[in-house]
Design a protein. Structure first.
Length: 308
């Protein structure tokens, strides 16, 4: 007795594609930027520009989700289930985020903390949306929550450095904060990868995650950290210091976006079907040992881990 592995093995989900990934990429970076602005914005002009950029990013992410909806003009239905849906909670928080962000642009930094709190709630909702997707092993692990939050904050710090460098403003706390947040993102990634290993995931999920690990590590972690330290050593001196800070921010955002695009759009395989028992009609028959408790498409637990 035999069954084709593709019949019961994990398959890539088709409900969320690059448009959903863009919501987590843009929305996470935008909400992280709002938070970091309230904590570290070095000047009012940077404060206003960074807040405007954050709102544009969050809006772009939500627009991408709207494009993905099969019936886009029924999007209002997303507001109907606040007690059960993290997507509904995200949709409810979004207007508050835009409202407080608009007040920051209109009246100055006095409303920055209100915008930061709603940004934090928005970012947390995004992380919980993935965790609540029980059918996708790469998403449902609790370790996804600190990873999404950590990378959103790191991306926010990277974007704030980019805005400050654009205005020729150097603030030593920014590269220091970026290095700390990059370290946090690295720890969260290691915990996420270890959780996948411990809890199990389809083989193709591991392949997709490990395929981006080197680029995320080299270009998205070590490169921006070293550039941030270089900018700090140069003390923001004219062109070299600002160029190093600008590059650090760009690479930090690249690493986070690559990571989230991989998890949402490439590693999102469902769990397939396990076969703890096989039905047999008529006379009892021996079950092939390889089919007992079979779970085709899943890799053994001795896989090497991709680490930062």
């Amino acid at each position: 007795m035999s069954l084709p592995p593709d019949f019961i093995g994990p398959r890539h989900q088709t409900n969320w594609d690059w448009r959903a990934a863009c919501n987590f990429m843009f929305g996470g970076a935008g909400s992280g930027l709002v938070i970091v602005v309230a904590l570290l914005a070095p000047a009012q002009i940077v404060h206003a520009t960074a807040t405007a950029a954050a709102l544009l990013l969050v809006g772009a992410g939500l627009f991408c989700v709207w494009l993905e909806i099969g019936r886009p003009f029924r999007a209002i239905n997303v507001f109907l289930h606040p007690s059960t849906s993290w997507m509904t909670r995200e949709a409810i928080i979004a207007p508050l985020l835009f409202g407080f962000g608009a007040l920051v642009l209109w009246r100055g930094g006095g409303f920055a903390w209100a915008a930061a709190l709603t940004g934090a709630a928005f970012l947390f909702c995004q992380a919980q949306i993935l965790k609540a997707s029980r059918g996708i092993p790469a998403w449902r692990t609790p370790a996804i929550v600190p990873l999404i939050v950590a990378t959103g904050l790191a991306e926010g710090a990277g974007l704030l450095i980019v805005v400050a460098a654009f205005y020729g403003i150097f603030y030593a706390a920014l590269p220091v904060a970026l290095c700390v947040l990059l370290l946090g993102r690295g720890v969260a990634w290691r915990a996420y990868r270890a959780a996948l290993q411990e809890q199990g995931a389809p083989e193709r999920t591991f392949i997709a995650v490990d395929a981006c690990a080197a680029r995320v590590s080299i270009l998205g972690q070590w490169t921006p950290a070293l550039l941030a330290l270089l900018a700090l050593a140069l003390g923001g001196a004219a062109l070299p210091g600002h160029a190093a800070a600008l590059a650090a921010g760009v690479f930090a955002v690249y690493g986070g976006w690559l990571m989230k695009f991989t998890i949402v759009a490439r590693a999102a395989y469902n769990q397939g079907f396990a076969l703890p028992k096989l039905p047999v009609r008529g006379q009892p028959m021996a079950v092939e040992p390889s089919l007992r408790n079979a779970q085709p498409g899943w890799r053994a637990a001795d896989i090497s881990t991709g680490q930062f």
